[in-house]
Design a binder for this molecule. Sequence first.
Ligand SMILES: *[C@@H]1O[C@H](CO)[C@@H](O)[C@H](O)[C@H]1NC(C)=O
Ligand SMILES: *[C@@H]1O[C@H](CO)[C@@H](O)[C@H](O)[C@H]1NC(C)=O
Ligand SMILES: *[C@@H]1O[C@H](CO)[C@@H](O)[C@H](O)[C@H]1NC(C)=O
Ligand SMILES: *[C@@H]1O[C@H](CO)[C@@H](O)[C@H](O)[C@H]1NC(C)=O
Length: 455
Amino acid sequence: MVRKTTSKSYSAAAVAVAIVMVTYVAFSSVFDRRLFRSLSFSQGTLQQTWESRRIKQPPQPQETASATITCDRSHSSYDLCSINGSCILDPKTGTFILMDPIFATSAPLVEKIRPYPRKAENWIMPRIKELTLTSGPLGLSRSCDVTHDSPAIVFSAGGYTGSIYHDFIDGFIPLFITANSVYLDSDFVLVVANHKEWWMPKYIDILGAFSKHKTILLDKENASITHCFTSATVGLISHGAMTIDPTQIANSKSFVDFHNLLDKAFTKNISTPKTHKPRLILVSRYGRIGRVILNEKEIKEMLEGIGFEVKIFRPSKTTSLREAYKLIKSSHGMIGVHGAALTHLMFLRPGSVLVQIVPVGLGWVSKTCFESPAKAMKLEYIEYRVNVEESSLIEKYNKDDLLLKDPIAFRGMDWNVTKMKVYLKEQDVRLDVNRFRKHMNEAYEKAKLFMDLNS
Ligand SMILES: *[C@@H]1O[C@H](CO)[C@@H](O)[C@H](O)[C@H]1NC(C)=O
Ligand SMILES: *[C@@H]1O[C@H](CO)[C@@H](O)[C@H](O)[C@H]1NC(C)=O
Ligand SMILES: *[C@@H]1O[C@H](CO)[C@@H](O)[C@H](O)[C@H]1NC(C)=O
Ligand SMILES: *[C@@H]1O[C@H](CO)[C@@H](O)[C@H](O)[C@H]1NC(C)=O
C-alpha cells in the first residue's frame, strides 16, 4: 500500500516537525535522524485489524452477557483495548485480569498494549510500558485490596511527554476524546504509566477536572496492593495532532468543550483583574533556541502604542499552569512566533485573538500545530508571515538561494532534520515595525471588541 505525496502525508510531515522541535530537547541528533527516516514511511504503515483471540465457547445455557477482552488495532496511530467487566489490576506486572468464572476452565485470552497514541513510531514505543490484559482463573484467586466502583482509563505519560505541546497532543487531548467516546457521563479512575516526578504536581488540576478520583500512578503505587475496577479501557483515542473531531464523538464534544474543561480545572479561584485596555500576552522565546524576536522590546512598545496592555509571558517547565491560566484567561489576545509555547492558546477565552508569527519556511507546520486548533477553539486567528528581509537567515544565506526563495522546493522530496533545523533552530526574526503595525491594528480592533463584549 504505497501512497503518493498527498496533502495527508504533508500533514503527517508537519506533525513530524512539531515532534522534532521537542525531540531536540529530549534526544540526541542520532535519534532525530532515525525519527525522520521512520516518519517518511509511517503513512504507508500497514493497517491491520486484529480481533481478539478467543477460544470458542460452547453455547451457554443461560443468556447472560459475558464480559470479554477486545482490542481495536485498526487505527494507524493508536490501539485501544478494553475489558468490559470486573477486573483486577496487579501493579507489579502491569496486568489487568478479567474476573469472570466463565474463563476458569478455558484457555485464557491475552492481549498486550502500549497505551500511547503513536504506535507507528518505532523509536518511541519501546519506551512505553507494555501492559497485559488477560482472563483466566488467576483473576478469581486474587483478592481486591482496593475496590473502585468505577471503570479505569489507562494511559502512558511517557514518550514525548515533557513539552507542553506533547503533553496535550499525546496526553490530555486524546484523553478527552477517549473519556467522551467511551464513558460519556460516567466517571472513571485514571491509571497512568511512565509518569515522571514533575508530571503529577504540574497537571493535578487538569487530572482533577477529568476525574474526581485519585489518579493511580502505576510506577509509584505499592506494587503489592491490587486494585479492582468495574471495567477498563487501555489506550487513548487520537484524532490527529491538536485535533478533536466532534463528528467522531457520540456527544459531539469539540475544542471549545476541551477549553471549558481546562476552565473547570483552573478557575476555582480566579478573579479577573479589571482593565481598560485589551490585554495582550506576548509569548517570548529567549536564549539560543531559534525563532526569537530580536527586536522584542521595540515590538512591545509599538503594541503599547497601538493601545494594548502587553504582558510578556516566558513559560518554562516549572511555570505553574494555574498562574499561566490566570494570566491568559484574563487577557484578550496572545501573540507569538510559531513554537510549542503557543499551546497555551487553549487557555484563551473563545472569541479572543491569536496572532501567530510565521518565520520563513514554516507555514505548513504553523497551520497544523496552531492555526487549525485556534479556529476550532473559535479564536480570532491572525497570521503574520515573516518575509525574507525580516528573517535572520538573510545574514547567512544568499537571497537567491532556494532555501530562502522557495522553502517548499528546498525541502523537496528528501527533506531531513538538517534542512528543518535551518528554519527551526537557525532562524530568528527582526520584525519590520511598520509592516507589523498594520496587521496589529486589526488585532487591536478585534481584541477591543472582545473586551467590550466580555470585559
Ligand atoms: C462485552 O463485550 C462482548 C463483545 O463485544 C459482548 O458480547 C458482551 O455482551 C459484553 N459484556 C458486557 C458485560 O457488557
Ligand atoms: C505495601 O503494602 C504491603 C501490604 O499492605 C505492606 O506490608 C507494605 O509495607 C507496603 N509497602 C510500602 C512501601 O508501603
Ligand atoms: C483561593 O483564594 C483564597 C483567597 O484569596 C486563598 O486563601 C486560597 O488559598 C485560594 N485557594 C486556592 C486553591 O488557590
Ligand atoms: C540532509 O540532506 C542534506 C542535503 O540533501 C545533506 O547534506 C545532509 O547531510 C542530510 N542530513 C542528514 C542528517 O541526513
